[in-house]
Ligand binder design. Sequence first.
Ligand code: ZN
Length: 260
Amino acid sequence: MTNPKPSSRQPKRQAKPSVEIAVISDIHSNLQALDAVAAECKRRTINRYFCLGDIVGYGANPRECLKLIRSLRCPTVRGNHDHYVAFGEVDEDVSFLARRGLEYSAMSLTRQGKQWLRELPEVLLVDDATIVHASLFHPGEWHYIMSPSDALASMDEQTTPLCFHGHTHVTRIFALPGSPAPERMSDRKFRFSKRGHYLINPGSVGQPREADPRAHFAIYNPSEFTVEFVRLDYDKAAAGKAIIEAGLPEFLAERLMEGR
Ligand code: ZN
């Protein structure tokens, strides 16, 4: 890979990495939502990210979303939709709607884009945290963590106090039994104990399924060991319009309006 030539002879000053890290997951080709999250992070002077995967699938702008994520140069793990598009293989139980989105993403991405997705790891350890798309047990089998017992199976494999995961598109905190309860600092902000084990889902940026259509993400502060859950309005109508114009199923636009 070559870097573009700087426009002047002065070396470009790198922004100092922020302490806080935006944890984003399940973008699903929703550029309007991803743009809104990036703008909010900029406003809060956050320039570090963890990406928990499912950049593509469902929505109208897989190529643009991938470009934006790649430009962040952040730790990123591969989601099931990324995997299907990258390797051109789709599980039999994938729904018709998901399949249409995947075909569209596969058509839209460049060969290099797919190659980049293929090379993503399934699990990463960074800043006292683990990141994975679905679960730490058999991460490539894309298990849904819905219940405390599902969470326990994942936390059995967890070596760091915190693990961030996505896949269900639902914001949640699970704690390993015996872990100190997270301290509630405000309505949406929690402080965790380094003596415990917690599994945290920041919700979905581009296709929230919690009857709240805003873009969902989290802000992790590794020095204070806090996580804040953020919900952000964005231009849903434009995202829906782009889906219809791309010839994707209308329901994919409708669900964005309702967050389901
Ligand atoms: Zn997803």
